[in-house]
Design a protein around this ligand. Sequence first.
Ligand code: 87F
Length: 514
Amino acid sequence: MGGGEPKKSGGEPKKSGGGGKKKEVKKETGLGLTNKKDENFGEWYSEVVVNGEMIEYYDISGCYILRPWAMAVWEIMQNFFDAEIKKMKIKNCYFPLFVSPAVLQKEKDHIEGFAPEVAWVTKSGQSDLEVPIAIRPTSETVMYPYYSKWIRGHRDLPLKLNQWCNVVRWEFSHPTPFIRSREFLWQEGHTAFATKEEADTEVLEILELYRRIYEEFLAIPVIKGKKSELEKFAGGFYTTSVEAFIPNTGRGIQGATSHCLGQNFAKMFEINFENEKGEKSMVWQNSWAYSSRTIGVMIMVHGDDKGLVLPPRVASLQVVVVPVPYKDADTQGIFDACSATVDTLCEAGIRAEADLRDNYSPGWKYSHWEMKGVPLRIEIGPKDFDNNQVRAVRRDNSAKKDIPRAELVEKVNQLLEDIQKSLFVAAKEKRDACVQVARTWEEFVEALGQKKMILAPWCDEEEVEKDVKARTKGEMGAAKSLCSPFDQPELPEGTKCFASGKPAKKWSYWGRSY
Ligand code: 87F
């Protein structure tokens, strides 16, 4: 593969101006989307992330500016996850961004496949550096030499560290904001234990936190499972993941991973300890990460033709209050009612703001906040004012409800919970409708052609997965195994592998993926 970046859907934005045939109205207001989600998904996505003020494109391909609206979503998830791992006695730290080539090389067996993606600093000013310095694509090689130094005896274990940072992977396939970018934000956890059992337990505890981020915060259903030998992290022992699905593109997407590294890195980096019996033993290690990709999955799953749809739990603004003054109405009274409404909501812990700008019409404000995906809009017009009520409009289904001022907090809380729930239910129904059981190769190929995620009985042989990849190679990209779900359907004796016809060992999800 060369360094070229094929223009594919969801990649760089179309250059505006000169030949763009946007409607005149839209050009003036900057509102509305020109692409529909179901008609032109890739262009729709590019438009939504920009018009929803999540992203600004940058002049380096594959790099994006995360605007406050996106950063706020990231921070809400970060606050949750950070608090949860602290309960698990995991501590935060920060290791340098730069990696020396010597240290990077230590890991060369498994880094081999990744090498083309490593970015290097070769100069300072005009002079070449004596030794080029790599930028971390992940921090195993950065951190583990110090694990070796810090871990001496069993009393130094477990060592459980996490860092919130950026990493750089110089991807060559089409970049997509949040989903595939050359620099991204993540947390990476790196832990070391005396026993395999402790490591195994932690892998699943972390995976459960990842499930909760997706399902409870982002309102996206995920499948927990184990990666195949071919798809696992090559340096590790086994890899677990949460897998999401994007119905519009028919692609699975790895949501987050929690690896048990076994003792592979302990061997490479000599991370040994003296156990209780005074014998030298190797540590058991895990590593785990979720990244800013989570935000892209959220946008792809919930967004619609009006723009972003933010689940209330991750929306930095949950309620926007818009005054709707008419001629001859008590405009000041309406504006004051809006401010009072915001105060009441904020005091109750609801993230609310009023849009009191007088240079935009109510209609413009509606579209603006719909584009930005605010879960609930409250309108206060003369009638509402006179009746001591407000009108609430849901972003997800446009349902309207009049709420007496006295019941404001209770009703708004209820609505936000309802929205959160129905977003998950809707996403799950849509995802479930895309799952197809296939027992034969013919059924598999047909389902793949229908952009499905396929649940199939599999012999779990690496050669067979390679063969599936080879046989499905094409313009749309090959199919691969996504995970073998922990929640396994019954597998009756005599069930055959969909691809090889050999005895099936497990059910596995398959599909095209990001
Ligand atoms: C790209 C360049 C160099 C992925 C890379 O998943 C190295 C790598 O090691 C690389 N892309 N990986 C695997 C990362 C494994 C692991 N690291 C810690 C995780 C979770 C967090």
